[in-house]
Design a protein around this ligand. Structure first.
Ligand code: PLP
Length: 457
């Protein structure tokens, strides 16, 4: 249904509650919790079934980098639907959208990437990564290199491998995870572990946990390290500047593959095509999804570096892995048009040197609010902690009693005021708006956030 005027909201909500199991939801509370029904999007704004206009400070789910309502993406998808809605890329067949998108992704990615493996989502991309790195080391003659090191509080998806790579105990405890050979070290959260240290000192310390873990299990057993350049769903954990260069040095020293999960950070969110470029690191693999199509159509995949591809080509042998929808033509044309928009409107450049720094300054100034203990932003990503009382340093802030659930309460107030943010653990609120925000829209978003905070005090 396109015309939200005609929607009977209550009836639709009851039908939703009766039949729809939502992701990441408590089904015991299903009957009591109604869901907001979104019906339309334009630019950075959404409208719900009751006609409320909301500034989307989360770009859907870290997705709609070019904003809503892009007719040219709809036209590209429609044209492809009519011409060839589906064909697979198995058994020596391919199609023009997959060929063109692979070439385009190689063009915009760092120089070590000349190949792409397509999947349907970020989780499938990370499943691919697990199998690919283990296959690589096998072919290389080091089959014992199986262990993949990830980090606590990381989010890498909801499939068995994705959730195993992720560092959420709440996910591990459902389904007997993590899978064998996936282990976790601490996250580079200055707020969590940096008390009494400078950011720089803490960054080096957090990176040293990787070296320690490698030494504990033996470098000869380690296949790869995986990390989001900035941990997103875990709370937008911005690492100290010393962290990633040291991680790169450690991976190089022990010959370990470096995997950047850029499902959130890719396609301009940090003011570069890929977040690893922001931090000056050279991953061997990059997982992507979300921003590649701005979420208009599901698509994910993995950029696979020359170091891996050259070995697989030299040694031969089938990689027994692939998805029916690997390189789905509809996803590929949506991605091509999305990337064209990002390029033509110079959106990545604007986030880099204009709107990104502007948003960062405005967002970080929210730390002056009595409810905000600290606020940090990088590119078009930001996070802030709500605190009961401020201390002399961010480590001395007094948190709210967890039972109060102040984060979700504040998020609800913000929605009432007209802006969507996301509440994560530890009374943290995060933002990840469309990359198209103008200065005026940034001002409006900050104003609405303050209104929501004021309502919560
Ligand atoms: N990796 C990261 C960093 C993510 O943030 C997400 C989703 O939020 C995923 C992987 C999983 O992607 P998907 O939900 O498309 O499977």
């Amino acid at each position: 249904m396109n015309n939200h005027e005609k929607i009977d909201t209550q009836c639709m909500q009851e039908t939703d509650a009766a039949h729809h199991l939502h992701p990441f939801a408590d089904y015991r509370l299903k009957k009591e919790q109604t869901s907001r029904i979104m019906v339309r999007g334009e630019g950075a704004y959404l409208w719900d079934s009751e006609g409320n206009r909301l500034l989307d400070g989360m770009a859907g789910l870290w997705c709609t980098n070019v904003g809503y309502g892009r007719k040219s993406i709809a036209d590209a998808v429609h044209g492809q639907m009519v011409q060839l809605p589906f064909y697979n890329t198995f058994f020596h067949t391919t199609h023009i959208p997959a060929i063109e998108l692979a070439a385009k992704l190689v063009e915009i990615s760092p120089p070590q990437f000349n190949h792409v493996f397509f999947a349907g989502s970020g989780s499938e991309g990370n499943d691919t990564v697990v199998r690919l790195v283990r296959h690589y080391w096998s072919k290389k003659g080091n089959p014992e290199r199986q262990v993949i090191i990830s980090r606590n509080n990381a989010y890498h998806g909801s499939t068995m491998a994705g959730a195993s790579l992720g560092g959420w105990q709440s996910m591990h405890s459902q389904g007997g995870l993590p899978l064998p050979g996936i282990i976790h070290i601490g996250q580079p959260s200055y707020l969590e572990g940096g008390k009494g240290k400078t950011q720089e000192e803490f960054g080096l310390e957090a990176a040293s946990w990787l070296e320690q873990k490698i030494l504990d299990i033996g470098a000869e057993n380690v296949a790869a390290f995986i990390g989001e350049p900035v941990q997103g769903a875990g709370g937008v954990i911005v690492p100290p500047v010393t962290y990633w260069p040291e991680i790169q040095r450690i991976c190089d020293k022990y010959g370990i593959l470096l995997i950047a999960d850029e499902v959130i950070c890719g396609f301009g969110r940090l003011g570069y095509w890929f977040g690893s470029e922001y931090f000056g690191i050279r991953p061997d693999l990059i997982t992507f999804a979300k921003g590649v199509t701005s979420g208009y159509v599901p698509l994910g995949g993995v950029l696979v570096g020359d170091r891996i591809v050259s070995t697989l080509m030299e040694k031969g042998g089938e990689f027994n892995h692939g998805f029916t929808y690997s390189g789905h033509p509809i996803g590929c044309v949506a991605a091509l048009e999305n990337i064209r928009i990002l390029e033509d409107e110079k959106i990545v450049e604007r986030v880099h040197s204009d709107t990104g720094p502007y948003l960062q300054k405005k967002f970080e100034a929210l730390a002056a609010h009595p409810l905000v203990g600290n606020a940090e932003a990088i590119g078009f990503l930001g996070g802030m902690n709500l605190v009961r009382q401020k201390g002399a340093t961010i480590h001395d802030n007094v948190p709210f009693d967890a039972a109060l659930q102040i984060g979700p309460t504040c998020r609800a107030h913000m929605i009432d005021c007209g802006v969507i943010m996301r509440a994560v653990a530890g009374d943290r609120l995060v933002m990840s708006p469309p990359l198209t925000l103008t200065h005026a829209e940034i001002d409006e978003m900050i104003k609405l956030i303050i209104l929501g905070l004021d309502k919560t005090v």
